[in-house]
Structure formats: structure tokens, C-alpha cells
Design a binder for this molecule. Sequence first.
Ligand SMILES: Nc1ncnc2c1ncn2[C@@H]1O[C@H](COP(=O)(O)OP(=O)(O)OP(=O)(O)O)[C@@H](O)[C@H]1O
Ligand SMILES: [Mg+2]
Length: 254
Amino acid sequence: MNLEIEAGDFLCILGANGSGKSTLARLLNALLLPTEGQVLVDGMDTRDPSKTWPIRQAVGLVFQNPDNQIVGTVVEEDIAFGLENLGFPSPEIRRRVEWALEKVRMLSYRNHPPHMLSGGQKQRVAIAGILAMKPRCIVLDEPTSLLDPKGRGEVRELLLELNREGITIILITHLIEEAMLARRVLVLDQGKIALLGAPEEVLSKTDELRTYHLEPPLTVRLAQALASNGVRLPKKVMPVEELRNALCALRPKI
Ligand SMILES: Nc1ncnc2c1ncn2[C@@H]1O[C@H](COP(=O)(O)OP(=O)(O)OP(=O)(O)O)[C@@H](O)[C@H]1O
Ligand SMILES: [Mg+2]
């Protein structure tokens, strides 16, 4: 594949099981090195061993299960862990820990043991651990798939906020609705780019999505079913609220 991701992008990666999403994620921060081709992060080649740490600092990786990422017995210890390993001075560590916990709205939990937190809170702590390294890009591999709707909402809001502040977000998900959050959507199929474009463009290709074993979002399926029955709806991908408004606008005035 030939793929370029610009600074500040919000890219969502979709694809069936085994299509290569996690492999791509691991290639992006030198956890996995290409046997063919080249991966460049800010011009740094991931195969250059002298660039491994600058690359890992630039591109943070968040995994599906926060329990596998949290190492400390107290929230703030956990956030400090990576910074201590990198040899940051204590005042800088304290500043960054506070800043990162504030960002994910978990500062009041700084002295809590992580195992007492909810799944969504734990995932936010895991993200804070990455944020504390001040990465320019965060790659998240199915970060919401183990969370309940509330936890998912919290993580999604956080990702949008971080992206608004200029952090590049690469979100791998099998929850196709999450693709509507993104600026661009990439569909992988057997390690290759099957579709790449704006969410409106990619998510409206319902037949093609199905050939890649993806079920289009419910609102898209519903809007298409209504349109095929003569309901005049805008030909675009609409989230729930927009679809509701479009339908309400059609209702005869009483
Ligand atoms: N180190 C490796 N060597 C050879 N093949 C691998 C290696 N790692 C993964 N694979 C294979 O590459 C393919 C892509 O795997 P990957 O884990 O990237 O898929 P995925 O899209 O993340 O799937 P899922 O949705 O299940 O998480 C799979 O067929 C997997 O078995
Ligand atoms: Mg995977």
C-alpha cells in the first residue's frame, strides 16, 4: 500500500478481522518493522534503530484492553512510568502527569488504584499515559470495543478534542459508526487499501462495504431503504440527529 497521513488528520481504519489493521498500527510506531517497503514518520525511517525512540515518542499506541497497558498501582504512578523510564526530571514529570490527567478529566482520580476504575476511565488513563509523552500522533487499536456506551462516548469526545488541538488521530475500529467522527476513512482488505476517502463518500458505498465484510451504519441503511420507497431524503451520510431532522422536515404540518 501507498498511504500518506498528514499532520492533524483524523483517520479511521476499518476492515474485516485479519485485514491488517493492527499490523498497520504496529508498523506506524516501529513495534513492527517492514520486511519490504518503507515506513517514514516525520521523515524518520522506522528501520533506522537510532530513530526508534523519537518515533515512539512522536507516535503513541493505545490498545484495546486498558488492563494490559496500565502498570502502576496508583493512577498518577502509572502516567509517570513512561516519563521516568525516559529519564525526565521530577518537576517536569509532575507537570506532565497533572496536565495529561486534566486533559482526560481524571485528575481527581490521581491517587486511585486503576483497578477500581470503570473501563472508560481506565482507557482514559491509558490515553493520558500516552499523552504525557506529548506525541504528535496517537494510534488507537479498537480502544472502545470493550467499553459500554458511556465509556465509548467519553473516549470519542476525548479523541475529537485532542484532534481539535492538533494531535493526529488514527482510530482503528470495528464500530462503523465511529468512522463518522473522522476526516478520512480507510478500509483495508487483505492488507491493501480497498477504500479511502471522506466518511460521506466511503460510508455511502454500502454494496462495496459489504464485499469487505463491513455492515454500513444503521442510519445509512435506513436512509437508503426509505429513499428506495420514495421518501425524499438528502443523498448523504447522516448521523442520527441529522436523519431525524431530515425526516421531521418531510412531516406534513398539522
Ligand atoms: N508477525 C506476523 N507474521 C505473519 N503474519 C502475521 C503476523 N502478524 C499478523 N499476521 C497476519 O496478518 C493478518 C493481519 O492481521 P492483523 O492482526 O493486522 O489483522 P486485524 O485487521 O487487526 O484483525 P482483527 O480485526 O482481528 O484485530 C492476519 O492474517 C494475521 O494472521
Ligand atoms: Mg487487530
